[in-house]
Design a protein around this ligand. Sequence first.
Ligand code: HT7
Ligand code: ZN
Length: 876
Amino acid sequence: PKEIFLKDYRPLDFEIESVDLTFELDPSETLVTNRMKFVRKTDQSQLKLDGEHLVLVSIEKDGKILDQEDFYLTETDLTLNCPEQQFELVVKTRINPEANTRLEGLYRSSGNYCTQCEAEGFRTITYYLDRPDCLSYFTTKIIGDECENKVLLSNGNLIEFGELEGGKHFAVWEDPHKKPCYLFALVAGNLEVVEGHFETKDSRRVDLRLYVQENNLDKCDHAMASLKKSMKWDEERFGLIYDLDVYMVVAVDDFNMGAMENKGLNVFNSKFVLAKPETATDVDFEGIESVIAHEYFHNWTGNRVTCRDWFQLTLKEGLTIFRDQEFTSDMLSPAVKRIEDVKRLRSFQFPEDAGPMSHPIQPQSYIEMNNFYTMTVYEKGAEVVRLYQTLLGRDGFRKGMDLYFDRFDGQAVTVEDFRNAMADANQRDLSQMHHWYIQPGTPKVTVTKQYDAGNKTLSLSFKQTLNGKQEHLPLLIPVVFDVLSPSNEAALSFSLSEVDQSRCSRADNGWLFELTKHDESLVLQGVEEEGYLSLFRGFSAPILLDYACTQDELVALASYDSDSFVRWESIQTLALMNLIENVQAVEDNREMVLSEYYAKALESNLADTSLDLALKSLAITLPDESYLQEALSDKGMLINTDSILAVYGYMKQTIAEKFESSLLAIYQQMQSSEAYRYDKDAIAHRMLKNRCLNYLSKLPAQQDWMQTQFDQQSNMTDVFAALEAMKPYDSVWKKANLADFYHKWNHDDLVLDKWFALQASDQSDSALDLVKSLVEHADFHYTNPNRARSVLGVFGRMNMKGFHHASGEGYAFLASEVLKLDKINPQVAARIVSPFTQWKRYDVARQEKMKSQLTKLIESGSLSKDVYEIVSKSLK
Ligand code: HT7
Ligand code: ZN
């Protein structure tokens, strides 16, 4: 397959002024007529249009039908000579939506038509210049059978509709905003609508419409409320107002990702729209709120100002993730949101960046663009956007955003354009920020301190490395820190020399030191005692911190640091040290222990009645397994998954035993007879309660709580937490509860996904047999991405016992499933294969077994370019 490079970017030779599309819908033979007005912009007269999986019916140029010899057709494009300055082409193609299991372009889901065009799906609908810098005005006419397609939707405003002969009807939509074709959308079928409205701050009424299947009408309230909150928030925080009279969201069951921000007509995976307390957990509710917000925010960051080419993807995605993080932070708890985002980044993005698919947030090349919708482009990209806000302050960041929209509204631009807007609006030189965009890997910052009691100076030295070396272009790293008194918890005062004042200033949550070189130091003067360092407050940069801190210092920070992130981070570090020590103990045949320091920190957090309940829950949660794996790899240790399983088993059991009475008391205090509410306090109560339940479930004397909570059937958060707690038990009662759950919910696909996922992550001794039985289940369908992910995705990522079974059978199973899925949906198959990319991290025996499955996949000779790219890069 061909590799595409950023360095080969060339501006367009032709522009398309307008596009007039007509769809004559038919499940297997939809006819698309595409009338385009072209303007030639350079001397180049060869026009090459992208097109794949299409049957070409005819091409007409300026009213004349072209013959076979007038154009050149391949599997991926159509080339013709166009010496005219301006001309019109009418291209007719035939497509088969029903056979489209790739779910790109036009396809059918639950009997309805829908589209997915990002990144390069439009070329499977018609021949076109399918690249984001080709902006055009779209008009779309949809003709369909009236009984089967009550609803006919596309982007923009409805300008005409009516009846036709033979039981058909039509609708014409006109989008007044120029857009790239990846934002095109069409939806048709028998959907019901939930309506609402929003009044903009300039007093315009916007109609809000959620389209869902009839049986889901009772699950739309939360999505509608989230949409209204998002619209209001974007007006208040960024002054951004919606620009059409209607905003539509359609929920579909078969969808490759979370949702898609098509102009005025978002298409969503139903998982991110539908919720009621009986069917959805708090995590689902939060997911809906943030994805609804994310897609809405794209209207400005992505749609009004779009990307010049796909290498600029982080321009819209990093920025929009940052915006949705800020939104959630304002809606719920800023401290909790920050910790959750950092956990996600470390558990998923850090490993990606340390593996064979590592790439900068602005990738330099790709084989399949869909493989670059990654944690790096999205989440690390958002962290890099956050760096601007940390460096410039909220007001400075807002000034930069305002200038960005003033300069680039209606254009397709680059990450450099964004940076220049930030710099110019704040009269700052931010050119060094470029280094974050072009270098892969997670930087490490090593900090050392030296206290001189005689001179009362505290010297801090900072050293940055990337991928273990100092050969990289140095990064601009904001270090937010403070120095705390060991005796009275307060921040110590100090002064700075004049030179240091230009590199270190006061910030909202401490001091802001701008590290710009490979090695740098800072001298704090007038420091009365050797303080404790509270470093990278709020996780002020996406780095790995290497700071030789004593465990006493960590216990102190874990117990009283006023920065919630550092407080949580300190207890996590103590836990991590304890976990690593125990991994070593297992491997050396020594006894495992619960470290006295970690236990002390747990105790003080459990006892702290002033601590926010959600933060308490996070504090008593062990770092997740992928974070431990990351830490072991960072130390150069190979991972033996059996040791990791043994260590987690021991730690959970020992914590439960040691803190039984506090856990039980908190569990009981957190009980509530109130109806489900989705708000910060109620979520925090459930979160802490269910964390305690999880620990208590390890203790024979407390096991009944699981069944009691399950039987109460209060809401899905609590029911599912009870089932999760039961998961490790190979017992009759667990099976009976799972069977009850299935009978109650098998009519609801989203709930059934949970039932599948729970079992796919079951790490009991029968893990492998269980997952094999799941793909044989009558409700398992390879064609539905949510279902495939809830079994195969969960098994590869979350079932250490089954996937990494020493026999290698887990690897063989997943690889053979990837091959099956690749024939149906390559985009989803490429995600499912990703756990194999980490093969070099595991012990030698496992490495060989994983590698041999990767080799088998390559040797199958029939891989899609999606899966091929991941597998071939992993084997390099
Ligand atoms: N911009 C979208 C990214 C996307 C996508 C969505 C659904 C299916 C396939 C897709 N390919 C790319 C989603 C977002 O970031 O908002
Ligand atoms: Zn996005």
